[in-house]
Design a protein around this ligand. Sequence first.
Ligand code: TRP
Length: 448
Amino acid sequence: MSAPRGQFSSNLGFLMAAAGSAVGLGNIWGFPTNVAANGGAAFVIFYLVMAFLLAYPVLMAELTLGRHARRNMVQALRGIATGPVSKGVGTIAGFSGIVVASLILSFYAIVAGWMVAHLADPFAQLFGAGHTAEWLTGDSVSRNFTFTAIFSGLTMLIIASGVEKGIERWSTLLMPTLIILLLLLIVYVLTQPGAIKGLEAYLIPDFSKLSPQLLLSAMGQAFFSLSLGVGTMLIYGSYLSKQESLPRLGALVTLIDVGIAFTAGLLILPAMYVAQEAGTQIYSASGDLIAGPGLILQVLPALFDTMGTSGLFVAMAFFALMVIASLTSSISMLEVPVAFSIENLGLQRRPATLLMGLVIFAISSVIIFNFESLFGLVVSISTEYGQPLLGVVLCIFAGWIFRKDQLLSELKEGHPHIERTLFWKIWPWYVRIVCPLLILAAFVQTII
Ligand code: TRP
C-alpha cells in the first residue's frame, strides 16, 4: 500500500519549506522595526543570542517530536505520553497549538493582504488608474476584506496541492526569488543618498537602550521568526525523511532565518534614511524612529514616490518580496489545522483545506470589521501568551516525557554518530531545564 502521508522529496525541499515558513513578515518587517525601536545593533546582538540559544533548541524539540511521531502535534504529544496526566496535557497543548496557529494566520493574512494591495498599487498607477490606486493604498474595510480574501485564497490553493506538489514546490520556487529580490533592492538602496547614515544607525549599537524589555522583544521576535510553539515546525518535521540529520537541518534553518533577517535590515534601515534625505518624516512626535505599520506602509511608499517612474518598479519589487515572504509562511500555518483534519477527522486534503481556510478567513473578517478592538488583542494572545507557553510544553515533552533512549534513536536516524557530538552532550538537558526556565522567566516579565 502506498503511504497516504505526504513527505518532502529531498532535504533541499524540506530546507526551502522550513526556511520559507521561518522567513516572513517577521524577518523583513518585524525584525528591522524592532531594530529601529530598540537601539540598532544592540537589538541585533540580543536577537542573535536568543535565536541560537533559545529558539534553535526549541526548534529541535519540534522537529524531533514531529519526525518521531509522523503525525500532527496532538497525536505526537499523545503518542509519547506515559500516563493519563501527560496524555491530557498533550491533548490540550496539541489543540491549543492548532488554535494558536489559526489565530496567527488570521491576523497574518490581514497584514499580508495589505502587502498584496500595495503590490497592485504601482500596476494601477502605471495604467493610470488613479482612483483604484487610492483605494489600494487607503485603509478601508472593503480594501482589507478584498485583499485578505485574495491572500487567503492563494494560501489555500497551495495547501490544497499537498506537501510535495504544494508546499515544497512553491517554497523551492519562491525562496530563491525572495533572496534575489532582496539583494537587488539592497544594491539599489545603498547607492542612494542618505543610505550610509542608515547603515550606521543599524550597525552601531546604542547600548543605552539596553533593558529587560529589549531582551523580551528579542525573544518574542526569535520565537515568532522561527515559527515556534504551534506545531508548524513539528508538522514539517513529520514530513521529513529519516535519512536526514535533524540537528544539522535545524541549524541551517536557523542560520537562513537569522541571515535573512539581518540582510533585510540592510535594506530597511538604509531605506528609511534615504527617505529622510528625500524629505520624508522618519521620526515620530516622540523623537523615536517610526516603527510599526507606518514604516512599511507610509515611509517606504513615500520614498518610492520620490523616485519617479523607476520608483514604481522598486515598489513592485519590494512588495513582491513581502508577498512572497508572507506566502511561504502562511502556508505553513494553514498546514497545521489541515494536517489535523486529515489525520484526526479523516477528511481528504482538499475539503480539509477549504474548511479550515474558510474558518480562518471568517476569523480574519471578524478582526477586519472590529480592527481597533481585536487586531492587537489577537496578536498579543497568540504571540505573547500562546507561543511561549506552548513552547514550554514542547520542551517538557521533548526533555522529560520523551524517553532518552527514544530521543537518541530518533536523532541517530540520519546522524549515526550523534552520541559523540557536542549537540548530544548539551541539548537534552538544555531543552529539559534551561529552555523552559528561560521562557517562563521571560513570560512572567511580560505579564507583570
Ligand atoms: N515565521 C514567520 C515570520 O517570520 C511567521 C510564521 C509562520 C509563524 N508560521 C508560524 C509564526 C507559526 C508563529 C507560528 O513571519
